[in-house]
Design a protein around this ligand. Structure first.
Ligand code: NI
Length: 183
């Protein structure tokens, strides 16, 4: 039996924290009128990461999974970096920070800046970005314009190119999602 490189306890700790942090937040589903709880998203990202981890026993699975579950807590909730350090440690807090856009920068520079910071993080954090974009390419949000959709797709190629070496399996899955993503 292969030893796993992550623990249920680390998952549950981050999942509980993320659910509370995102409480009351929702996002739009593929059809008008369908609205999901926000926590649906980090859960989807985490399952992509868990699947990819099977191929990488050398990775710190707890770091990858906790960053996956918490990846939007700094960007989208009142949670602070200090709180993440205190609860999950420095490595998770820094991973989540790299995965967060810097809202003080012009909008057009935010993704490139975040990607640069992710590249300086361990590969576990790269996995989360690959998984995040894979999950976000499940469907085109109904209220998005064609131009916005195309830009999002182009950005996904950039993510794949910069971070794909962290996990060939997840890179392949992201590529498949990019190919079938269309306005
Ligand atoms: Ni996300």
């Amino acid at each position: 039996m292969q030893k796993t490189n992550w623990s249920q306890d680390a998952y549950i700790q981050a999942w509980d924290f993320a659910c509370l942090a995102h409480r009351g937040q929702t996002y739009k589903g593929p059809q008008p009128g369908i609205v999901y709880e926000y926590s649906n998203h980090p859960a989807a990202v985490a399952i992509e990461v868990i699947h990819a981890l099977q191929h990488h026993p050398e990775y710190d699975g707890d770091l990858a999974i906790q960053c996956a579950l918490l990846h939007d807590t700094l960007e989208d909730t009142p949670v602070t970096f200090a709180e993440l350090v205190e609860t999950f440690g420095q490595a998770v807090a820094e991973g989540v920070s790299a995965l967060s856009k810097d809202s003080t920068l012009p909008k057009g520079e935010q993704m490139a800046d975040s990607l640069m910071r992710i590249c300086q993080q361990p590969r576990e954090v790269w996995l989360v970005k690959l998984a995040d974009r894979t999950s976000n390419l499940q469907y085109v949000p109904p209220h998005w314009s064609g131009a916005k959709t195309q830009a999002y797709r182009t950005q996904a190629w950039m993510i794949l190119e910069m971070l794909g070496t962290a996990s060939p399996a997840l890179a392949q899955r992201l590529a498949e999602h990019i190919w079938r993503y269309a306005p």
